[in-house]
Design a protein around this ligand. Structure first.
Ligand SMILES: Cc1cc2nc3c(=O)[nH]c(=O)nc-3n(C[C@H](O)[C@H](O)[C@H](O)COP(=O)(O)OP(=O)(O)OC[C@H]3O[C@@H](n4cnc5c(N)ncnc54)[C@H](O)[C@@H]3O)c2cc1C
Length: 498
């Protein structure tokens, strides 16, 4: 148990979302504790064997200097999937122009190691059984009756989130239309590897080596179930799909997932917030859920830190909902579209073939692959330079201290005013305790005039750019722009006068 029972922030759930949020808050120097009911960071069940990190998630991890650990454990693939159509992203202007295949259990193991290094307190084997929110925060009730006091409480506790339910946040959406069995098991006969039209498929669990054990995904006849799936359910589903069970035996785990699609109507209720699966659930088509949760956490972390420290008013937290709810809604929409497209019948096959034909064209491929990889995300920060609200590209830079990259400047999760071309002249002093000002020149001469962005193409290079800790552009323009002080105040608090 944590030594103190009072914390600035209590996070419920040490899944990918809760762990990344814990890291972000710790980097910002905020007193945080994560409470997790699982006794260890080991993961079992359907998610253990699922996994992929998309480009934007890899960029976000690169912004914190930890992406290499994930890359070393995974396998890059130059394509992302949309309704089983493969879209090449190797021409996308990012260092991470690929999908990194990595089991979720490995992602969680690596994240847990990072948290340990940062010293993020995680109370494992502790279940939250109730919460009582009030205007000062929330009382958090743990199993055994102990309580914690939180100024802010964040539910990163998955699709069945107790925090979301107890805060009375509506979870509107659609019930399941399909259900899949997912399992890992040995087989005495060599099975047919690959995806089947009827839904599902079989693949070797160790993708590099091939051979068993095998990962099995099988569409079920029913969407409603009264109990957990059994070995007999797995065997019968194999026979239904393949006419044989391939001598299946020794399952490591058997689980089930559906395409239930729901989103929290509010991401914040007073001092209670939700993120990750607690805020949205949908079909795993396209492998986006974990990625969405990690990016929720990186959007929320620095904002919550500033509010806790009193640097920014509570209203900054409203931008978390304003920015992330539309991104989540878009994923709900694209997973529903994909689920419809892969419906196993002749008419949907014809529809999918038509969509595949369109996606073979350059513009539609870039549009959809930009969405699947998360590289197209543009928060609505009003009118202005085309970079506003988009991800800052990871330019190679020359500074007085030597060469660096934009993402390296973000490792400590602090905002950066990047002045390009040495045009100086703006007094960052009143924000200098929060915002780092860096003068640099792009190493690539072409970047002096234009930057290549995913999906939208080349944009004019601004003389200066204000980068938020999550890597999104808060302002871009000339240092004489009267909007610059306003942008600094909006995002990073009032100026401090000497
Ligand atoms: C078959 C399948 C394949 C998938 N494939 C992909 C993929 O390729 N790519 C991708 O991005 N996503 C994928 N997903 C989705 C991904 O698994 C989830 O989106 C992701 O796990 C969400 O992370 P989270 O941290 O928000 O929630 P979770 O991972 O659900 O973590 C919530 C945590 O909270 C803990 N918790 C819950 N209640 C309490 C409580 N009361 N007290 C204390 N602790 C509590 C839980 O033990 C858990 O550790 C897949 C999902 C499935 C089912």
């Amino acid at each position: 148990m944590p030594a103190s029972s009072e914390h600035a922030v209590v996070i419920v759930g040490a899944g990918p979302t809760g762990m990344v949020l814990g890291a972000e808050l710790t980097l910002a120097g905020v007193d945080v504790v994560i409470v997790e009911r699982r006794a260890t960071s080991e993961l079992e069940g359907s998610r253990a064997g699922a996994g992929g990190l998309h480009s934007r998630t890899l960029e976000v991890l690169d912004q914190r200097g930890v992406v290499d650990r994930f890359i070393a454990a995974g396998q890059p693939h130059p394509r992302v999937g949309y309704a089983y159509v493969q879209l090449d992203i190797s021409d996308f202007p990012t260092r991470h122009n690929y999908l990194l295949a990595l089991w979720q259990k490995d992602t969680e193991r690596i994240l847990a190691g990072w948290l340990e290094e940062l010293g993020v307190p995680v109370s494992r084997g502790t279940e939250v059984t109730g919460i009582a929110p009030d205007e000062r925060g929330a009382e958090v009730v743990l199993d055994g009756g102990r309580t914690l006091r939180a100024e802010y409480l964040v539910g990163c506790d998955g699709g069945r989130s107790l925090v979301r339910k107890a805060a009375g946040i509506e979870f509107a959406g659609w019930d399941a239309s399909t259900s899949y069995l997912i399992a890992e098991a040995e087989m005495t006969e060599a099975p047919q590897i690959g995806v089947r039209r009827e839904g599902g498929g079989i693949g070797p669990v160790n993708r590099a080596k091939g051979g068993g054990p095998y990962g099995v995904v099988l569409r079920e006849e029913q969407t409603e179930h009264a109990s957990e799936p059994t070995f007999e359910d797995l065997r019968a589903a194999l026979v239904r799909a393949y006419g044989t069970d391939f001598g299946v035996h020794s399952p490591t785990w058997i689980s089930r997932f559906t395409d239930t699609t729901r989103q929290a109507a509010a991401y914040r209720q007073g001092r209670v917030l939700v993120a990750g699966d607690a805020a949205h659930v949908h079909s795993p088509m396209g492998g986006q859920g974990l990625n969405l949760g990690v990016q929720d956490a990186v959007n929320l972390g620095w904002k919550l830190a500033q509010v806790v420290k009193g640097t920014s008013p509570q209203s900054l937290l409203d931008t978390y909902q304003a920015e992330r709810h539309p991104v989540g809604a878009r994923v709900l929409q694209n997973t529903m579209a994909q689920t419809a497209l892969v419906t196993p019948d002749d008419r949907h096959d014809a529809l999918r073939a038509t969509v595949a034909e369109l996606l073979a064209l350059d513009e539609p491929r870039k549009r959809i692959a930009g969405m699947m990889s998360g590289l197209d995300i543009a928060y609505d920060l009003g009118d202005g330079h085309p970079l506003l609200g988009r991800r800052m590209p990871d330019l190679d830079l020359q500074t007085a201290a030597g060469p660096t990259r934009v993402f390296t400047l973000l490792h400590e999760a602090h905002p950066v005013l990047l002045v390009l071309g040495g045009t100086g002249g703006f007094d960052i002093g009143p924000w200098a305790d929060r915002v780092r000002s860096v003068e640099a020149d792009p190493i690539d001469a072409a970047h002096a005039s234009a930057w290549e962005m995913p999906v939208i193409g080349a944009v004019p290079a601004p003389p200066a750019v204000l980068i938020r800790p999550d890597g999104h552009v808060a302002w871009a323009g000339d240092l004489t722009d009267p909007n610059l002080p306003a942008a600094l105040t909006t995002w990073f608090g009032e100026p401090k006068l000497a």
